[in-house]
Design a protein around this ligand. Structure first.
Ligand SMILES: [Zn+2]
Length: 466
């Protein structure tokens, strides 16, 4: 097993991963709220634990992953626990029951995730199946002085937990300043968050509790499901950067408030996906579902290829041009792997092969440096390794990258040398060297290739053989 260093949001530094149980790394990932389709920004977030697991397994670990499905309790204003349950809003709009909404969008999520080769988690607990465990945690929090009940609603008392704000670096003063608009005057502190909400007018998604009928807050769900399935100490918790506050700050306060000790060893958060300078979000109306990219003619794994080119913690700007570039690069890579695989087999692996392999593992072990891993992919394709060895390395690395490099490109065969010319021309175009790009277009034309330039890059056709 290779030792890994992972950035921990809690301590703001890279730390060596030391699994609680030596033989297995146990991961909890916040999953989708199933009231609508996930967009590609969500998929980038869910790709992080997938890449984490694949990397860990490549480096010799076993993994166990829980990804929850939120089917109750996630309100439309999750910063201040206000508004309506998102499930109920969709149920009303679509004239369906919350159960039907949950079943439909859970299936859609699984389908979309599979399109970008996100492997399914070992467990997908539904929040609505863990109500009893949530009630038990809330009772313990009340008994330990971390929570209080007012009129059937239970709030977490953030003043009772001095570490509150440590994960997100939010001070309670800042929380106070952020509490605009109507806040329940029965709260001790405006930043106190809901553990259990009295049913009020609600008739759907309501359960009995020691405080009367109601439903759980969003944050308590993840404390209940993570500790029920992974125990009171586990290795890694993942989520999107937008989950740090309030969701994970609250989860940490709940889980540690109940157990009195550290529960999560590493907090990992994936950067957001931006579109035209704004965060991809349904509310902003600027988002794509991955199937829309497929409808536009892109390979869904081109999105995965694009995501691999940025460090997982950085914000990634999405553009159709960028996706088109990734789509072409992926098709070319597959074609090469296909060609090289049929090359004569030279069984000696040699020093260069081992050196590449060591560098790939080192990139993964350094806080999942996948851009560095992708740079190695490019280096291998231009290396002097025998073709069959190049293909072998890339196929092996694809266990982590998940790009289906073994898939045969559907394109018709290109004339010998055309691929190199296309690549050179793309480079020249990008660099603004139009003299070279025109010359290369003529050379390609002489081979029977018609090349046209589009805003998304060059497109080519291979003239039919006569
Ligand atoms: Zn969560």
């Amino acid at each position: 097993m290779t030792a890994l260093r992972l950035y921990n949001t809690l301590t703001r530094q890279k730390e060596e991963l030391r699994p609680v149980r030596e033989d297995i790394v146990r991961i909890y990932s916040c999953g989708p709220t199933v009231y609508r389709y996930v967009h590609i920004g969500n998929l980038r977030t869910f790709m992080l634990p997938d890449l984490l697991r694949r990397s860990l397994e490549y480096l010799g670990y076993r993994t166990e992953q829980v990804m929850n499905i939120t089917d109750v309790g996630h309100l439309t204003d999750d910063t201040f626990d206000r508004g309506e349950d998102k499930m109920l809003v969709s149920a009303r709009l679509e004239h369906k029951s919350p159960k039907e909404i949950a079943a439909y969008y859970t299936q859609a999520f699984m389908t979309d995730a599979a399109l970008v080769n996100i492997r399914a988690a070992d467990h997908n607990p539904r929040a609505s199946q863990y109500i009893a465990q949530m009630i038990e945690l809330i009772e313990k929090l009340i008994a330990r002085g971390h929570a209080y009940e007012v009129g059937g609603t239970v709030y977490y008392d953030i003043a009772s937990f001095p570490a509150y704000g440590r994960l997100s670096r939010n001070s309670t003063d800042k929380l106070l300043a952020g509490a605009r608009g109507e806040v329940d005057p029965r709260k001790h502190h405006p930043g106190d968050f809901t553990l259990w909400k009295a049913a009020g007018e609600h008739r759907l998604q309501v359960w009995p509790s020691p405080w009367g009928p109601g439903f759980p807050g969003w944050h308590i769900e993840c404390s209940a499901m993570s500790m029920s399935l992974l125990g009171e100490t586990f290795d890694i918790h993942t989520g999107g950067a937008d989950n740090v506050f309030p969701h994970h700050e609250a989860e940490l306060a709940q889980s540690e408030g109940v157990t009195g000790h550290r529960v999560v060893n590493h907090w990992m958060h994936g950067g957001l996906l931006m579109l035209s300078g704004a965060r991809m979000a349904k509310s902003a109306g600027n988002f794509f579902r991955v199937t829309e990219l497929v409808d536009q003619g892109f390979d869904p794994l081109a999105f995965r290829y694009l995501a691999l080119q940025a460090k997982y913690r950085t914000t990634l700007n999405f553009s159709t041009e960028g996706l088109a570039g990734a789509d072409r690069a992926l098709a070319m890579l597959r074609r090469r792997v296909g060609e090289w695989s049929t090359g004569s087999d030279d069984s000696s692996q040699g020093r260069e092969f081992e050196d590449f392999e060591a560098r790939f593992r080192a990139a993964l072990a350094d806080d999942l440096d996948l851009p560095a891993a992708m740079a190695l992919v490019s280096e291998v394709t231009h290396s002097n390794l025998p073709a069959a060895r190049r293909a072998e390395l890339l196929r092996r690395w694809d266990r982590v990258l998940g790009l289906d490099l073994d898939r045969v490109a559907p394109d018709i065969e290109l004339p010998a040398g055309a691929e190199a010319l296309l690549e050179a021309r793309e480079k020249a175009r990008t660099a603004g060297d139009f003299e070279t790009s025109d010359r290369l277009r003529n050379e390609l034309a002489a081979m029977g290739m018609t090349v046209t330039d589009t805003p998304e890059g060059q497109r080519w056709k291979n003239a039919p053989h006569k």
